[in-house]
Design a binder for this molecule. Sequence first.
Ligand SMILES: [Zn+2]
Length: 418
Amino acid sequence: MVEKRNIVLISIDSLRADHCSFMGYEKITTPTIDKMARKGLFFENAIAASVPTAPSIFSSFTGEFPPIDSFSKKAESWRSLFATNITIAFQLRKLGYCTLSVHKHPWASKYFGFDKGFDYFSSLGDPTKAEKKEKMSEFRRKLDNILDFLTKKGESTPWESYYEEIIDVVTNAKRPYFLWVFLLDTHWPYLSTKRFSSHTSYVSLLYKYWKIGRKRMLYEKKEKIIIDAYDKSIRYADTFVKRLWEDLKDDDPIFIIHSDHGDGFGEHGFYYHYVPKLYEELIHVPLIIYNADVKGKIKNPISLRGMASSIIELIGEENIFPCKSFLNGSEDYVISKVFNDEKRVIAVRMRDWKFISGQKDKDELYNLKKDPYEQENVIEEHPDLVREVKDIIKSHIKHEEETRRIRIATSRLKNKIL
Ligand SMILES: [Zn+2]
């Protein structure tokens, strides 16, 4: 029997594709990941299936489009979603893997059921603190995160504070293993250790956050101090990858590195990622695979929804997930969506074009080749393309409704049996 490969999945929160140096960013933010990308496989147009964290990760772990219930912040809805779906950890455990996760992300915690299929899962168990934070003013939330960082507690604690736990768990695990680490260092308020933020004063950062918080959705100005702090936090996250890569060398694992979504910097009037929007700054993410039998560069759009099936394909097992693997990048378009209450916002992302419906009063079409920052809506100029894309959306919605009906019926049946 062929020995199964160890797998390390690193999710880096809020990391935009265009701020990674291997994706052409002007600053060197990801020197380690750059090396891995050069030697492995990287994707020029990797697209998150949704925003923010929870629906995006759910989709990557299950191969499902994010259902409407995945935009709820209720633990009950989440647990029920996980109860009725197979996750990548669940399937790998079934295939003989020891499944491990260490992270501090409250919205991807055990409390919401993200531990499904893991033998070892260490996260912030109860997101009460995060829920409280949702009700705080923006300024107070940032201050709270800074305190987390300084006291090395809570979600904004730097990766170094839980690194030992990762190494301990992996050292003691049986082989093969699947390790998932979810870094929050690149999440706002973009804190990083002194080494990378010596020129950034936390007080001036806080002042900028306060300014943005006051203006909410109307903030269009790019703030250099915030972008610098963000870039330094990326550089800091890259040092985690470097250290883990070195420390796990003997295990020879396959590395998969990606982000769950990006962040806005005022390009479309918002900062961070708490808006029901699907612009490139939110859905275009980095994705690389290193140390597997796949190499090169894929230019076609791929959806992170294919994560579970791709991992299964990498280890030569049969795909049981409801999405094709993205390893050959053979799709002409991918779909991303978010729900804003009952209202659906949906994007069809092609290589050079992007159509978005439900985001504004009017549908939007962008020529990404000429207009990568989606500033000029050219919907009136391409009626044939728009017709085609609308047909794609129509059949997607039909599929979405059928899936929802099946899910409700399955859950009723399950309740009757139990
Ligand atoms: Zn996130």
